[in-house]
Design a protein around this ligand. Structure first.
Ligand code: NDP
Length: 446
């Protein structure tokens, strides 16, 4: 990066947020790609938009005490980062996982601002969560945790202020417990959370949206390069919400998905993944992916999730977690013939991995564009709640499809306009930023 103003800003971000590597990683990537914007738009520099853009509007950290089934008290830490509300109420998921910390929630909130802008819906960006992992806990323990979490969070959120949703570890069960407690505390039935169950205000197709949306985006990216999913060998990491529906849609679009994983290891099935069995294991039994081979002894299970990237494939869809593909894994993918990577997870590729993609002229669909279908459909859930009506599955899916086509077109156009054709990472950052930046400038120094 040559722009002196941005270099200085990045230095200040590093100093002010020392000890937050994920947040610094995300800001570095974005500022680097915004260099041509800073060069052209002195008005945004003068209005302090870049400085304000990298500083969250509000950061809330709180104690979450809860009691396990044996009567032992545990204390977790809760977070809600309200990053930017220039174009709408804060919006973004709640992550429940033992490794959650301020850096991870801030990087996710920062990315969310750009992602939500790309959807074209009126949503600002935020993110939250806790270092509590629902894995291995009873339903009653998860409920007590969620109720305690909401006992603090409820005073900071609202349908027109901040609308949380699911993320890693926060699925339909957790959203239900959180919503129930919010309603009880406020005596209001509003669309304060998305990802709700269908009987109480959820949107059809929200469960499928991130995975389906990822494939709709990838379809556009492939088509622009004269390719398609038909007959392609695809690897999908993870076996959670995003991964499962990415496998389903990629298969419907003609691909053969040959591998999936969880945080312990990966399965490889040359005949194509049996998704119904994975759904039974993961969605119903909450079991480990290693049990896949019980029904498919011809498939293999290998300990260690990173090994999944050593399987030769045409297209890789990382759908598990941040930094799951490092430079070495990316080099292996490229060497084995993979020509396209599209991100279902948030920031799954390290900066070194992204360098490998560009050096090998691979197609690269960055998370904030490729996985925006989830939050876009959350936006549609908010609209349905406000209008007090519900759309059919096909109506929502059709809107989602249109939004993902629009996101790809916006990334492509911005990349071309700023002299980086085919660089959808730069295109996504620039297109997402400009809308928020114009709104921030118009609203004055706030
Ligand atoms: P889930 O909790 O449903 O699933 C996460 C999956 O990733 C699980 O299979 C988990 O395995 C696996 N996993 C976690 N850590 C690792 C690891 N280090 N190596 C390999 N596998 C791992 O979460 P989601 O599917 O909702 O989210 C996945 C990603 O997608 C996250 O980055 C999230 O931020 C992002 N995302 C999600 C959206 C949504 O709508 N849900 C929207 C946009 C982005 P295990 O069971 O062992 O924990």
């Amino acid at each position: 990066m040559k722009n002196a103003y941005l270099c200085d800003l990045l230095e200040r971000v590093k100093q002010r947020n020392a000890g937050e590597p994920e947040f610094i990683q995300a800001v570095t990537e974005v500022l680097e790609t915004l260099e041509p914007v800073a060069d052209r738009r002195q008005d945004l520099v003068d209005a302090g938009v870049f400085e304000r853009f990298v500083e969250p509007e509000r950061q809330i950290i709180f104690r979450v005490p809860w009691m396990d089934d044996k009567g032992t008290v545990h204390v977790n830490r809760g977070y809600r980062i309200q990053f930017n509300s220039a174009i709408g109420p804060y919006k973004g998921g709640l992550r429940l996982r033992d490794n959650v910390n301020l850096s991870i929630i801030k990087f996710l909130g920062f990315e969310q601002v750009l992602k939500n802008s790309l959807t074209t819906l009126p949503m600002g960006g935020g993110k939250g969560g806790s270092d509590f992992d629902p894995k291995g806990k009873s339903d009653a323990e998860v409920m007590r945790f969620c109720q305690s979490f909401m006992n603090e969070l409820y005073r900071h959120i609202g349908a027109d202020c901040d609308v949380p949703a699911g993320d890693i570890g926060t699925g339909a069960r957790e959203i239900g417990f959180l919503f129930g407690q919010y309603k009880r505390l406020t005596n209001q039935f509003t669309g304060v959370l998305t990802g709700k169950g269908i009987p109480y205000g959820g949107s059809l197709a929200r469960t499928q949206a991130t995975g389906f949306g990822l494939c709709y985006f990838t379809k556009e990216m492939l088509a622009a390069a004269g390719e398609s999913f038909a007959g392609q060998r695809v690897i999908v990491s993870g076996s959670g919400n995003v991964a499962i529906y990415a496998v389903q849609k990629a298969t419907e679009l003609g691909a053969k998905v040959i591998a999936m994983s969880d945080s312990n290891g990966y399965i490889y099935d040359e005949n194509g993944i049996d998704l119904n069995w994975v759904k039974q294991l993961k969605e119903v039994e909450r079991a480990r992916i290693s049990r896949y081979t019980e029904k498919h002894p011809e498939a293999s299970y290998t300990e260690g999730s990173r090994g999944i990237w050593s399987i030769p494939c045409d297209i890789a869809l990382p759908c598990a977690t941040q930094n799951e593909i490092d430079g070495e894994s990316a080099a292996l993918l490229a060497k084995n013939g993979c020509y396209a990577v599209a991100e279902g997870a948030n920031m799954p590729s390290t900066p070194e991995a992204i360098e490998v993609y560009f050096a090998n002229k691979m197609l690269y669909g960055p998370a904030k564009a490729a996985n925006a279908g989830g939050v876009a459909t959350s936006g549609l859930e908010m609209s349905q709640n406000s209008m007090r009506l519900s759309w059919s599955f096909d109506e929502v899916d059709e809107k989602l499809h249109g939004i993902m086509q629009g996101i790809f077109a916006a990334c492509k156009a911005a990349a071309e306009e700023y002299g980086m054709p085919g660089n959808y990472m730069a295109g996504a950052n620039i297109a997402g930023f400009l809308k928020v930046a114009e709104a921030m400038k118009a609203q004055g120094c706030v």
